[in-house]
Design a protein. Structure first.
Length: 409
């Protein structure tokens, strides 16, 4: 017989009554209990202007200081934390059954990675702006090479694993070697620049486990979110954790679009803001007198915003208002991005968020958006001395502009 807590006898409801409490509070999941037991703060909200401003508390397990981050809409889908590596020091050695991607916010150093039983450690260096992955269940250690602390932002699949197994010892002490993820090849952490179409949607993809500088790396033209928009998706470590890097040109902004919860945008260059609102408010919330229900998050490097918080299917729209383009990386976690969700194999899907509403997608075309959006954007740019590059033709219905000659973006 399994061990059980003290039980209270259950009574059937009386005639005409329903069983149960009717209203109740959502219980903690195993990952929530794990974070609480770690003894560091857990930041919750729709975003944060800069992760550098989050409190850093001594973290016994990791050997540095840090905070957990659980933005609204990501609960149970994936996890995040920020950790400081001590000056001229290192974090504790780790091994865990969840995937981890790391963005270097500040500092420089190196990482050692090895499999159980291996004597040789594979090492690579990193700096501010580097993005890399830790192979699942591989032993690793993060080392600071400078005399000032380094700050790292980490995204993980820990909630998925912990909420399933509910056994911390198993997650951190499983001896299985995932040689299909990391065989110990000498060039495993050698940056690769080759671009190929991703096998699902045909978008630009790089198979690489390390990008030395995502702030300044080349991005191929994409055009799906705004005119001149550029984007690449790294395929890292055989991970199910999905992410991409994109950039909106100076003076241009993204169309609003909606999708399920999971995606968190990380600002890595420029500054800007995001509006997000439930689809029930419609496509013109300010015009319809519902603007007070729209949420806004401002950010700069390295700030975060949950694109579709709460229950998901929220519209969200991103605006870069600095002199340089707004560069972001979006982290979705595992099996959450629409094209990677479980479903019937072979089912026909569409790139819903990149297709306008009038064409069957979920993106609000510029000509259909709330007039306040454009007005506020242009006023903000004028205040910063930055010219708007949102051309008048962008605000015409596509049928009105179909005969215009194409223009380079």
């Amino acid at each position: 017989m399994h061990d059980t807590p003290d039980q209270v006898h259950w009574h059937e409801p009386k005639a005409g009554e329903n069983a149960g409490l009717g209203t109740f509070k959502r219980p903690q999941m195993p990952y929530d209990r794990f974070m609480e037991a770690e003894g560091v703060p857990v930041y919750r909200g729709i975003g944060v202007r800069r992760v550098q401003d989050l409190p850093l508390v001594p973290w016994r397990r990791l050997g540095g200081r840090g905070s957990y981050i659980q933005l609204y809409g990501t609960e149970g889908l994936w996890g995040a934390y920020v950790v400081e590596v001590p000056a001229a020091g290192a974090l504790n050695e780790e091994r865990h059954l969840y995937e981890k991607v790391v963005l270097v916010v500040e500092g420089r150093g190196s990482t050692e990675v090895w499999q159980e039983g291996q004597t040789r450690r594979h090492a690579f260096e990193w700096q501010a702006g580097s993005l890399f992955t830790i192979p699942i269940n591989a032993r690793h250690r993060l080392i600071n090479a400078a005399n000032a602390p380094a700050l790292l932002l980490c995204g993980t699949t820990a909630p998925n694993v912990m909420n399933l197994f509910d056994n911390v010892g198993f997650v951190f002490n499983c001896p299985t070697v995932f040689s299909d993820r990391f065989s110990g090849a000498d060039d495993y952490f050698k940056p690769r620049d080759d671009i190929e179409p991703d096998p699902v949607r045909g978008l630009a993809m790089r198979r690489t486990n390390l990008i030395p500088d995502i702030v300044n790396c080349e991005l191929p033209l994409d055009n799906r979110r705004s005119p001149g928009y550029r984007r690449i998706e790294p395929a890292m470590g055989g991970n199910r954790f999905y992410l991409w890097i994109g950039q909106h040109e100076t003076g241009r902004y993204s169309k609003a679009h909606k999708h399920a919860s999971a995606a968190v945008l990380v600002c890595i260059k420029g500054k800007g803001y995001t509006y997000t609102w439930p689809e029930t408010l419609g496509v013109n919330p300010w015009r319809d007198g519902k603007g007070d229900k729209v949420l806004r998050q401002d950010y700069e490097p390295v700030g975060l915003v949950s694109a579709a918080p709460m229950s998901g299917d929220w519209f969200h729209q991103h605006f870069g208002v600095g002199r340089e383009g707004l560069r972001i990386t979006a982290w979705h976690g595992p099996n959450n991005q629409r094209s990677r969700k479980p479903g019937r194999p072979g089912e026909q899907l569409m790139d819903y968020g990149a297709i306008d509403l009038d064409k069957g997608g979920s993106a609000i075309p510029y000509w259909q958006e709330d007039p306040r959006i454009r007005r506020e954007f242009e006023e903000t740019l004028r205040g910063a001395g930055v010219p708007s590059r949102m051309e008048e033709r962008f605000y015409r219905p596509s049928s009105d502009a179909k005969d215009e000659p194409p223009q380079l973006m």
